[in-house]
Design a binder for this molecule. Structure first.
Ligand SMILES: NC(=O)c1ccc[n+]([C@@H]2O[C@H](COP(=O)([O-])OP(=O)(O)OC[C@H]3O[C@@H](n4cnc5c(N)ncnc54)[C@H](O)[C@@H]3O)[C@@H](O)[C@H]2O)c1
Length: 468
């Protein structure tokens, strides 16, 4: 990891020519050449003051993991650095400690990327279960949560699978969420219910709600169950596809932390407020519509940030209200555009619709009153969800045939690009599932592998056994 090094300096503090080298990796490593004289090490120690004081790096909003001091090498492993970090660090070095005529120069090199690795679905579930049990989650609840989380990855929705595991674990460890709380019914009629999640796991609360809605819809043909006092529930389609697998049409809505800037506004007010509808058709076919009402889910920008990739212009704003292509800025500032972009009002309309069908009906927190997820100090979320379950058999016969016919028709439309057949919502996920079956497991990129390694160390759980 520390093999490529290069740094120069003259002997005195005043006439140095310092190259500060960072290695961009899963952990960002500041490298000083082994051959460099003691002074550089001392200077950088002074700059970072890590041994007595990590304030300077805190100023950069950097999570300092560790300082390694091996012989004359010094390596500061940092993570979650936003892209302007290097420049600001160098300027600070210059302003504070280097009495040079010119600023130290900067060299950022890419660490060779580790290859993605494949792990079987059973094994990754075992790993997630072990993590949850280790932090005190009861077995049944851990199982329910694990199934939902890993299902996101098996369906190719990588923004909401293992990518999010650390967030959930941190919330549980910080006692922000009570993972062992049972949801309770506050009010119910034949076809409706209001559930209190008692600050439990969003997935546990939501499975309770959707099962209750199915039970009611079996009798009444349609039922709606809403929940308050809940937490982040992962992917909406976990619940709607579950209802569809039981022969119903399922709809799911949730409000989320306010990070969407409504059309024409400067501040964020709504969450990514995702919605989903799923229904089964004949011949094991079906449709699963599931998306955020922002242009993209925040998790997708997190994936770009982890990969150090730029995001397309149009997804997120920077601090000054300008559109940005910097994924790190997108994640940090948390101001996303509504679906349809800045020139359309339709995303804003959909976000309000989702609020009506989740937070407002359930009397949970709503809109700007929801705390931002994953930002310390963590606060109680009091998220609201809504689930509608419809029994198509209680309407007109043959719904599944007509749906199958419609989906088939759409798929057979002549594509613009012959190599890209027209798909219906749910086909992408089906392709992802087939790929995982064919390759014998889920492929995780370096960023997730590092997170897994960190959890193995932090929690003392057994590392997953990888296939490759
Ligand atoms: N719980 C939360 O707080 C929260 C917040 C935001 C998003 N999410 C989840 O994040 C996930 C991703 O959201 P997103 O907005 O990035 O979704 P997305 O933009 O990737 O859209 C996904 C939907 O589009 C369909 N689709 C994909 N390609 C298609 C094509 N060529 N033709 C027709 N349909 C196609 C998919 O089948 C799926 O229904 C969702 O599962 C959502 O529930 C959760």
């Amino acid at each position: 990891m520390y093999s490529k090094r290069q740094s120069k300096m003259e002997n005195s503090d005043t006439e140095q020519d310092v190259v500060i080298k960072f290695m961009k990796g899963p952990l960002f490593t500041l490298i000083i050449d082994k051959a460099v004289e003691r002074q550089t090490v001392q200077l950088l120690k002074k700059v970072t003051k890590l041994e007595e004081d990590i304030k300077l790096l805190r100023e950069f909003n950097v999570d300092v993991i560790k300082l390694l001091c091996i012989e004359k090498e010094i390596a500061i492993n940092l993570r979650e650095i936003d892209l302007s970090f290097y420049d600001r660090f160098i300027k600070k070095c210059h302003d504070v400690h280097f009495k040079t005529k010119s600023k130290p120069s900067l060299d950022v090199i890419e660490e060779p990327k580790a290859k993605p690795k494949i792990v079987s679905v059973i094994e990754i579930k075992r790993f997630v279960m072990d993590c949850l049990l280790k932090i005190g989650v009861q077995n049944e609840k851990a199982k329910t949560f694990t199934n939902a989380l890993v299902t996101a990855d098996t369906r190719g929705i990588t923004s909401h699978g293992l990518n999010r595991l650390e967030h959930y674990i941190n919330h549980i460890k910080d006692n922000v969420c009570n993972p062992n709380a049972d949801p309770t019914i506050m009010f119910e009629s034949e076809s409706t219910a209001v559930v209190c999640g008692n600050n439990g796991l969003g997935v546990v609360v939501s499975m309770f709600c959707v099962n209750l809605a199915i039970k009611k819809a079996e009798k009444t043909g349609i039922a709606m169950v809403v929940a308050n006092g809940s937490n982040h529930f992962g992917i909406n389609s976990y619940y709607t596809a579950y209802a569809a697998d039981h022969g119903f049409i399922g709809l799911a809505f949730t409000n989320t932390s306010p990070i969407m800037v409504p059309t024409g506004a400067k501040q964020a007010c709504f969450g990514t407020n995702p919605l989903s509808i799923a229904a089964s058709a004949v011949n094991s076919d079906g449709v699963v519509i599931d998306f955020a009402t922002t242009t993209v889910a925040l998790g997708k920008i997190e994936v770009f940030k982890r990969k150090n990739q730029k995001i397309p212009i149009g997804w997120a704003f920077d601090e000054d209200g300008n559109l940005t292509d910097d994924a790190a800025v997108g994640v940090k500032v948390k101001r996303l555009t509504p679906v349809g972009g800045t020139e359309s009002h339709k995303g804003t309309c959909l976000a309000i619709m989702v609020e009506i069908l989740s937070g407002l009906l359930a009397n949970s927190a709503y809109g700007p009153h929801i705390p931002v997820w994953g930002v310390k100090p963590f606060k109680l979320a009091n998220i609201g969800h809504g689930f509608i379950v419809i029994d198509p058999r209680k309407f007109t016969p043959g719904f599944d045939k007509r749906l199958g016919d419609l989906l088939g028709y759409v798929r057979k439309l002549e594509p613009i690009d012959p190599k890209k057949p027209v798909e219906v919502p749910g086909d992408f996920e089906r392709r992802a599932m087939k790929k995982i079956d064919d390759q014998g497991g889920i492929e995780y990129p370096e960023s997730i592998l590092n997170m897994i390694e960190k959890l193995v160390k932090d929690l003392g759980v057994k590392a997953p056994k990888f296939k490759s």
